[in-house]
Design a binder for this molecule. Sequence first.
Ligand code: NDP
Ligand code: 8X3
Length: 251
Amino acid sequence: MTKPTALVTGATSGIGEATARILSPTHRLIICGRREDRLSKLATELSQATDVLTLSFDVRDKAAVDSALGKLPDEWASIALLINNAGNAHGLDHIHEASVDDWDAMIDINVKGLLYVTQVVLPEMVKSNHGHVINIGSIAGKEVYERGSVYCASKFAVDALTQGMRLDLNSHGIRVTSINPGLVETEFSIVRFKGDEDRAKSVYAGFQPLTAEDIADAIRYVALAPPHVTVTDMTILATAQASATKVNRRS
Ligand code: NDP
Ligand code: 8X3
């Protein structure tokens, strides 16, 4: 039997890359991101295990999303699993000191980008009354922390969209899940702190953070659950993390 097709946004690093890798035995893969060199490298690796299509676009650019996903070759047109993972935090500032460019980036990527991709992928799922959308939210979509208001707002929006999609798609048998990780050591903090690797490293100092593979493993579990089972919402924290703001650091 042909494998189902999964589309993973933000597959060029971190959680998305690990997810593409872990799904390669069970799914054909459409891997997306802006950095084409990384997409080609991952495609070369994963094509040992499965069919891979790479698509490079910025999720903020609606025309680019429509053009990349709206005219897929026939053999890729039916997507069974959409993983809306592309996203980042930009900056960590009090609301009265933060940059409008950072706000725009977070709202445009984490919220509007997710919507743009979902809008193009859903019609085929609705037509076939089958499919699964997994949105990557965050503990920041459950609890607000100081200096994170706009990132948190973007992830609260992902939580609301996940719940709303589940209601709207219920009559079409489409599963909708949110996965909400706590601190995962990826390129996330390097992006948040605009390339400051030392500051990024300090976020994960003194405790064992989650890895991208930990989250990919949860995504695989949720995706491979029997079709009549929907995991609606999974929050995953490092054992040393008790809330968005409480982390048991040894040093
Ligand atoms: P990374 O920075 O490692 O990965 C982010 C991915 O998103 C990259 O592949 C990047 O690809 C892609 N991306 C970013 N902006 C755009 C854009 N404008 N257009 C297309 N793709 C884009 O971070 P993570 O793997 O940690 O983050 C993945 C998701 O997990 C995000 O939604 C994040 O909010 C969420 N998350 C992360 C946590 C963490 O602690 N790390 C915790 C909770 C949630 P490229 O640059 O090539 O376009
Ligand atoms: C990423 C986790 O705590 O850095 O969503 O906001 S956190």
